[in-house]
Design a protein. Structure first.
Length: 248
């Protein structure tokens, strides 16, 4: 039984490999982005209860897969035991902790919009450039499947909240996302300080791009994530404008 489980979660279960913007990468993007859009169309005319139900399902899936990963990692040869890097000090992993609070506790309703936008932004940035999942592994081994599905669940939760009207974006409240990014920066720096700078949580310790020096990475990260938030806002209002025009 143990051998079967290890084979199931092995990164050597196929001779295929996934690469940046190859057919397997595009397949994951198509399934995740297309699935989120399809669900949005299916539920757009449903009751508010039905909309809330499907959104909560993805909240459960996000935190459920995040927690399950810590139990499965020791069974996969992609890891040496439990990876410290999976602790919630990256923007994507801290979202898994925040999602249940903003989705199920009304006391955190004030930050739900910012969490939803940052969930969409961070997961989409990773899915477009999944650097941590491009080591030549098979496209459906555990490390690839888990990371894509986790970011896919996180993205879909945030996307459905916006597309189904559970959160509404306002340009005058864009500052909330900026403050949120700064808070995550401080949190990531705390993690890097406590667990070691080599963790490079939030990519603020060393550059992941050869053309950028390490020292400016905190600034580069803040403005790249915030710039992506601006893109999400722009698309959101563009879609709303088209929808209103079509109704007229």
């Amino acid at each position: 039984m143990q051998e079967f489980i290890k084979k199931l979660f092995s990164q050597n279960n196929s001779e295929l490999s996934i690469g940046l913007f190859d057919i397997w990468h595009f397949l994951y993007l198509f399934i995740i982005l297309g699935g989120a859009i399809l669900l949005s169309f299916i539920y757009k005319n449903k009751s508010e209860e039905a909309k809330s139900r499907v959104i909560r399902i993805f909240a459960y899936l996000t935190i459920g897969l995040y927690i399950a990963d810590f139990f499965i990692m020791p069974l996969s040869d992609s890891y040496s035991g439990i990876s410290v890097y999976k602790l919630p000090f990256n923007i994507c992993t801290i979202m898994a902790v925040l999602v249940p609070f903003v989705e199920f506790n009304p006391k955190f309703a004030g930050i739900k919009k910012a969490v939803a936008v940052l969930s969409v932004t961070s997961s989409l940035m990773w899915m477009c450039y999944p650097g941590s999942a491009l080591g030549g592994q098979p496209p459906f081994c555990y490390i690839i499947f888990q990371t894509f599905m986790y970011h896919g669940f996180l993205y879909t939760w945030g996307f459905l909240n916006m597309s189904l009207g559970k959160v509404r974006l306002e340009w005058k409240k864009l500052w909330q996302e900026f403050v949120g990014i700064l808070m995550i920066l401080v949190w990531a720096d705390l993690g890097n300080t406590v667990y070691g700078r080599e963790q490079n949580w939030f990519f603020i310790e060393s550059s992941i791009f050869p053309f950028l020096p390490d020292k400016i990475m905190p600034l580069a990260v803040v403005f790249s994530v915030f710039g992506s938030c601006l893109v999400v806002y722009s698309i959101y209002f563009a879609v709303r404008a088209v929808a209103r025009k079509n109704k007229a």
